[in-house]
Design a protein around this ligand. Structure first.
Ligand code: GRF
Length: 205
C-alpha cells in the first residue's frame, strides 16, 4: 500500500528531509505531492526542490488576518490531492475550519512529551522543570494547540550538562526516526483514526 502526503513547513525542514530520505530508501511507501511553506526563505523549500517536489509559498504576512490566511492556505492545500497532511515544523496556528477539513488526516510533530509543554521553548521548559526525560510526540491535529490525540512518542534522557541546544539535537534525532515510521504505519493501513479513537493494528489505543 502507498499513500500521498502534503507537507507543511516554516523553516529548516530536517523532518521533511527525513521523510524524503525514507521514501528514497523505500522505508516509507509514500509520495509527497507538494511542500507548502508560510515563509519564502524556509530552507526546507530548497530540500523539496532538490528532491523534485513541487513547492508553494503562502506567506501569512501577505494576509490581513488569520482567517484570510487560513482561507488562502486551505485553497492551496486542496489543490493537491493528499491522503494525509504532515505538519513538519509548521509554526502557524491553524483555524478550526481548516483543521476540520482534515479531521483525522492531519498530523503534527511536537518537541515534548505531550501533554507536557504545548507551545514554544519546550527544551528549556523541560530543563527548568528539572525533568529526567524529554522527547517528542506525533499527534493528530485538533482545534486545541498541540492537543490532539497522541499517536506515538520517543523519549530521551536529560543529562546533567544538557542545554536547550543539546537537548534539541537529541530530540531531533528521535523525530527523524519516528515521523517516517508513523507515516509508514499510516501508509500500510496499520494505523487509523476512527470516531476520535486511534487504532493500531485493529486495537484501540
Ligand atoms: C521540530 O523540532 C518539530 O518538533 C517542531 O519544529 C521543529 C522543526 O524542525 N514542530 P525542522 O524544520 O523539521 O528541522
Amino acid at each position: 500500500m502507498t499513500c500521498t502526503l502534503l507537507v507543511l513547513i516554516s523553516g529548516n525542514g530536517s523532518n521533511l528531509q527525513a521523510i524524503i530520505d525514507a521514501i528514497a530508501t523505500r522505508q516509507l511507501d509514500a509520495t509527497i505531492t507538494a511542500v507548502i511553506s508560510n515563509k519564502a526563505d524556509a530552507y526546507g523549500l530548497q530540500r523539496a526542490q532538490a528532491a523534485g517536489i513541487d513547492t508553494v509559498v503562502v506567506e501569512h504576512k501577505a494576509y490581513a488576518n488569520r482567517t484570510e490566511f487560513d482561507t488562502a492556505l486551505l485553497k492551496t492545500m486542496q489543490s493537491f490531492a493528499a491522503d494525509y497532511v504532515v505538519l513538519a515544523g509548521f509554526m502557524r496556528i491553524l483555524g478550526t475550519e481548516l483543521v476540520a477539513a482534515y479531521n483525522g488526516r492531519m498530523l503534527n510533530i511536537h518537541p515534548s512529551l505531550l501533554p507536557k509543554y504545548p507551545g514554544l521553548n519546550t527544551h528549556q521548559r523541560a530543563l527548568d522543570a528539572g525533568d529526567a526525560e524529554h522527547g517528542c510526540s506525533i499527534h493528530f491535529v485538533s482545534a486545541d494547540l498541540d492537543g490532539g490525540p497522541v499517536i506515538a512518542q520517543a523519549r530521551v534522557p536529560i543529562a546533567a550538562g544538557d542545554t536547550a541546544e543539546s537537548l534539541a539535537a537529541k530530540v531531533h534525532t528521535e523525530e527523524h526516526r519516528l515521523y517516517p515510521a508513523v507515516l509508514q504505519q499510516l501508509a500500510q493501513g496499520r494505523l487509523r483514526y476512527h470516531d476520535g479513537q486511534i487504532q493500531h493494528d485493529g486495537q484501540d489505543h
